[in-house]
Structure formats: structure tokens, C-alpha cells
Design a protein around this ligand. Structure first.
Ligand SMILES: [Zn+2]
Length: 389
């Protein structure tokens, strides 16, 4: 606290005490030890005549007095009380004057001192909170060269939702169908995030998804592109990445939310007949793909993007591979094994549903950084997780 404001506080405390004493003459036993007064202000208060006047009334209880004597005692008491009140009022007036002069002095100097004041104030505030720095793990708030904008699934992940217009499609919030899709995406995103958080908890990890663009307005964006971005080949990535770089302070946003990861979700108002499946680009696609994005062509064929599709795509951003075809981590024999055993793994197959009925397997947990090993990985000779040395 500043010296000046401490002085203000002392003055105010004295005024408050003076007022309370004035309002209740019989309760003279003010516990000055509990207040934050300086020595001089305590002695000022103890010199008040209140204790004397309450002592002077004590004999009234012990002896029988005539009505005249009682009247005289009352008169004396009232006179003493009036004097005492006048004296306190004088004290208050003088304290008020001093306060006003200090306020004027503060106002006059505040403009000139504004910048240095702010600096020293924040430094003092920081030193008042010694545990703050100790509690926050060191975060760099930069996009990792190794893992991109989303590393392992532990910690806090931001999902920024970008409703994008492109060469052949655009969102129109006056159109009921578009509004219905917007609303569905909102609630399905919530379902996907809740499900992922729950799965992580079963592996003892606290993962938090910050996705709610109603609560956090900066997690919702509108974008407009002239290029054709509803395409399955990832050819729009550079354009989308440039848009993010031009329109989003990625590191500032991570810092603002004290977050570990950020994933950019592009929602396109696709025509069902010619839209490809939703897909995502993660750091696995190469070092240039350091900003991780999911492209959701909201209507594709007879489907719509549902919560399980969203969760499936997010898992890719954290490092999980698809399990329904052979790739650099998954050999064909494992794909065949999943088919034979009718796997419900969310990275093997997703079903049409508002709920997520698919499973989150030990293998998925291993690939997104929740565990260091996995029985299937060893048994089937699967590729190693990016998070295991
Ligand atoms: Zn996939």
C-alpha cells in the first residue's frame, strides 16, 4: 500500500471511530487495539472526555438522589456530552479539511506521476502476492517448433471457432438453416469437449477445453476468403494460416487465457453433395503446419459434423493417428484386427449420433501424451507416440 493511501486510511479510521463514539456516548470502551491507528491518533482518542463522563454517571446506580439532584446530574451529563460532541465535531471538521487538502494534493500530482506511479504500484502489488509466481508453471506462450500450436492434451486448450465464407459458400445469419447449423455446432462442440475432458480424467489428467464463444467473445471469428477452401487436399492451409497470422494474436491469446494449446476450427457452410469429410492439419503434416487447424465442412453427403467427428479431429491435433487405414504409425494388420474385432475406437470409426458412443482407447491415450506406453503398441509394432523419447 502507498504511504499516502495508508495515511488516508488512518484518517478515515479515526473519523469512523469519532462518529461511532459520538453516536453512542455510553459505549466508551473503544477497543483501539483492534484498529489500525498510529500511536498519535490513539492518544488523541484516549484524551476524549467520554470515559470521564461515563464514570461520572456511575454514582447514580449506588445512591438515592432527589429529583432535583437527578435533574442536575442529567443536566451536567447533557452539557458534558454537548461539549464532547462539539469537540469531536471540531476534530471531524479538521480531519475533513486535512483529507480534502490531501486529495487535492494527490489530484494535482497524479497526472505528472501517472506512469511512474503505475509502474511502482504494479511492482508493489506483485510483491504483495509472493505465491503467485510459484503457482504458475512456466509457459512460453509460443507455438512449439516440435508440436505446433497443440502439444499433448494435458492442460488448457483453446478452441477458436472461425465461421468462414469462401469462393462457393457463405454463412448468412438471417437464414434459418444457417442459424440452426451455427447453433448445432455450438452445442456439439460442448459435447465433444466435455467428453474429451472426461476421458482425460480417467487417465488422471486434468485437461480443460475453453471453447465457449458466448462466454469468451474472442474465441469466435468471421472470415471471408475468395479462394475455394472446401476441398479435401489441404491446399487451402497456407491461405488459412495467413488469415490466422493477420487476424489473431496467437501468443497474446494463449497468454491471456494462460493456455497451453490452441486449435483453430474453420466451419464452412458446405453444400452436402460436393463436400469432403472434415479433416485436420497438425504438425504431423510438416513443420510448416505449426498452426493446427480443423476444417469442418458442416454438411457433407448425408452427414453433418457431430460431436464424435469433432473429438476425432481434435485428437489428431494432439498427435493421434487415424486407425482405419494404414499409415506411418499404423500397419494394415492392425487395421484388419480392429475391423475383425468390431472396434468402436473413436479414431477407427464414428457413427451418426448427437452423443459420443465411441471409445477412447489406451492407444489413443498413449498417442495424445497421457501415458508413456501401451500394450497394443508393443504387441502390434505400432509407431511411437510423439511424446515418448
Ligand atoms: Zn481422422
Amino acid at each position: 500500500m502507498h504511504k499516502r493511501s495508508k495515511r488516508f486510511a488512518n484518517l478515515l479510521a479515526m473519523m469512523a471511530l469519532a462518529v461511532s463514539v459520538t453516536g453512542c456516548g455510553s459505549s466508551a470502551a473503544v477497543d483501539s487495539s483492534s484498529s489500525d491507528l498510529t500511536e498519535s491518533s490513539r492518544s488523541q482518542l484516549s484524551s476524549s472526555s467520554i470515559q470521564e463522563s461515563s464514570e461520572s454517571s456511575r454514582p447514580m446506580d449506588e445512591s438515592v438522589l432527589t429529583s432535583e439532584e437527578v435533574a442536575a446530574v442529567i443536566q451536567d451529563y447533557l452539557e458534558d456530552h454537548a461539549k464532547e460532541q462539539a469537540s469531536l465535531e471540531t476534530q471531524i471538521a479538521s480531519l475533513e479539511a486535512e483529507l480534502a487538502s490531501l486529495e487535492a494534493e494527490a489530484a494535482a500530482s497524479s497526472e505528472a506521476a501517472a506512469s511512474s506511479e503505475a509502474a511502482s504500484s504494479s511492482a508493489e502489488e506483485a510483491s504483495d502476492l509472493p505465491s503467485k509466481e510459484e503457482n504458475i508453471p512456466t509457459k512460453s506462450y509460443t507455438v512449439s517448433k516440435k508440436y505446433g500450436s497443440a502439444g499433448d492434451i494435458k492442460g488448457k486448450t483453446l478452441l477458436m471457432s472461425i465461421f468462414a465464407d469462401e469462393a462457393d459458400s457463405s454463412w448468412n445469419w438471417e437464414d434459418q438453416e444457417d442459424m440452426a447449423l451455427y447453433s448445432k455446432m455450438y452445442y456439439r462442440l460442448e459435447t465433444a469437449c466435455n467428453w474429451l475432458e472426461k476421458q482425460c480424467r480417467t487417465y488422471g489428467a486434468e485437461s480443460e477445453f475453453v471453447w465457449d464463444w458466448m462466454e469468451n467473445a474472442d474465441l469466435y471469428k468471421r472470415a471471408s476468403f475468395t479462394e475455394k477452401l472446401i476441398r479435401s487436399d489441404g491446399g487451402g492451409y497456407k491461405t488459412q494460416k495467413k488469415w490466422i497470422q493477420d487476424n489473431v494474436d496467437v501468443e497474446g491469446t494463449l497468454k491471456k487465457y494462460d493456455a497451453d494449446n490452441i486449435i483453430f476450427l474453420f466451419f464452412f457452410d458446405s453444400a452436402p453433395e460436393d463436400a469432403p469429410n472434415p479433416w485436420s492439419i497438425s504438425i504431423d503434416c510438416g513443420e510448416m503446419c505449426d498452426l493446427e487447424i480443423c476444417d469442418f465442412f458442416v454438411r457433407y453427403r448425408e452427414f453433418e459434423v457431430e460431436p464424435n467427428t469433432m473429438a476425432h479431429e481434435f485428437l489428431h491435433c494432439f498427435g493421434a493417428p487415424d486407425l482405419y487405414y494404414s499409415n506411418d504409425k499404423i500397419p494394415q494388420k492392425y487395421v484388419d484386427h480392429l475391423k475383425k474385432t468390431k472396434s468402436k475406437d473413436i479414431l477407427y470409426m464414428v457413427y451418426d449420433s448427437e452423443e459420443i458412443k465411441e471409445t477412447f482407447s489406451d492407444l489413443d491415450a498413449y498417442y495424445v501424451g497421457l501415458t508413456d506406453s501401451c500394450a497394443d503398441m508393443e504387441k502390434w509394432g505400432l509407431g511411437k507416440s510423439s511424446y515418448v523419447k
